[in-house]
Ligand binder design. Structure first.
Ligand code: HSE
Length: 396
């Protein structure tokens, strides 16, 4: 069977290399030979050993009946969405590392895959090289998952680690992440939290079976974190991590949020450093389960794409568990549904404004649990008398 790889960037080139270098292992695992058939890219790559496989014409890929599986690693919504849709409609299975595509178009593409008895798999879209999606839909599909919280973006975790451990500036750390190939082409998707938000939307949709749109999830990135925040956190035994979290509420709605959060150093997520990702799952039957591994980078991510290719090659028809639907009504709960404590820094003594606050430093406080509306009111009160230097929720 031929495999077509769409996009020869960081992940796509890794997929091509593994397909060629590990062909024997892959054939053993898949039960059949899987051969790199095509690589679609608008750019020319003459100095790779498989340069004769390149094409710029997607219709040539679709016209070849030997192509059984398409691996999409182009990123972005278009033309990835049109190509994936056409491949699924032709009865081919598609695997992807493209979180934007899965988060925005997952319900539609899963439904097309089901209608054509094919598969649409996306292990590489969340958690890079961590086997995460498959355990969620196979091993834990009856566990009664009530909540997850994760460090889902390698770039921001790398930046925060360098700021904490080595006192690097935000800019120095970002440039290091870009050199290592972790960051998205436009790093704002990483540092503003959109990448983590898309991944949280995918996990939530898969776990609870109904689309949670990225646009519904309140999202804040790490670009406002300063060395003063880092110093304060360190002095009180906390780390700061970009945490994506979601919770199934009793009314069936889902509360989700992506933001930097202060985490006590003895929490398992606090010791997740560099480009590593981790996802903590809470479920009725299993209690807490922690997934941990490299969340970005060429080979870890390509390895997850290969695992999906093998899964598609072995599958007998559509894998029913991998599915979610678009409901008529939003599943997102009211932003006030969950209260959190916040670490607040001001430029004056604001203790009188925060009843029940714990004082953790000069003009630095931990509030009692507050809803979104309550913290907004407090923010307004603080601003009447001076500046609010930072406001970071605690993840507990
Ligand atoms: N830019 C992403 C990250 C790549 O840093 O996690 C992997 O999705």
């Amino acid at each position: 069977m031929k495999i077509a790889v769409l996009g020869h960037g960081t992940v796509g080139s890794g997929v091509c290399e593994i397909l060629i270098e590990k062909s024997k292992e892959i054939a053993k695992s898949a039960g059949k030979e899987l051969e790199l058939g095509y690589v679609l890219d608008i750019r020319d790559f003459e100095d790779v050993p498989y340069s004769e496989k390149f094409t710029k014409d997607f219709s040539a890929v679709l016209a070849d009946p030997e192509v059984g599986i398409v691996a999409e690693a182009m990123g972005g919504l278009e033309p990835a969405h049109s190509y994936v849709k056409a491949a699924l409609e032709s009865g081919r299975s598609v695997v992807t590392s493209n979180k934007e595509l899965v988060a925005e178009k997952g319900a539609e593409l899963l439904s097309i895959a089901r209608a054509h008895n094919a598969n649409f798999l996306f292990e590489a879209s969340v958690g890079g090289g961590i086997p995460l999606i498959r355990p969620l839909y196979s091993s834990m599909n009856a566990a009664g998952i009530t909540e997850f919280a994760g460090i889902l973006n390698g770039t921001t975790n790398y930046i925060l680690t360098k700021m904490f451990r080595f006192g690097e500036s935000y800019e120095e750390a970002l440039s290091g992440a870009q050199t290592l190939g972790y960051a998205e082409k436009d790093p704002s998707a990483d540092v503003l939290g959109w990448d983590a938000c898309r991944k949280a939307a995918i996990l939530s949709s898969l776990i609870w079976g109904r689309t949670l749109r990225p646009s519904e999830i309140p999202t804040e990135g790490i670009s406002k974190i300063t060395s003063d925040d880092v110093n304060l956190a360190e002095s009180c035994g906390f780390s700061i991590k970009l945490i994506a979290r979601a919770k199934l509420l009793e009314n069936g709605k889902i509360f989700a949020k992506v933001s930097p959060a202060m985490i006590k150093n003895d929490s398992p997520l606090a010791s997740v450093n560099d480009v590593f990702n981790a996802v903590l799952i809470r479920a009725e039957t299993t209690g807490e389960v922690l997934f941990y591994g490299k969340g970005a980078g060429k080979m870890p991510t390509a390895s997850s794409v290969i695992a999906d290719i093998i899964e598609c090659a072995k599958a007998k028809g559509n894998i029913k568990e991998v599915f979610w639907e678009d409901g008529a009504q939003s599943v997102f709960a009211n932003a006030d549904a969950v209260s959190e404590r916040y670490c607040i820094r001001t430029d004056y003594d604001a203790s009188m404004l925060i009843p029940g606050a714990e004082i953790i430093g000069t003009n630095a406080y931990i509030t009692p649990p507050l809803s979104e509306s309550e913290i907004t009111v407090l923010e307004e009160k603080i601003l009447e008398h001076g500046s609010l230097l930072s406001k970071i929720p605690l993840f507990e």
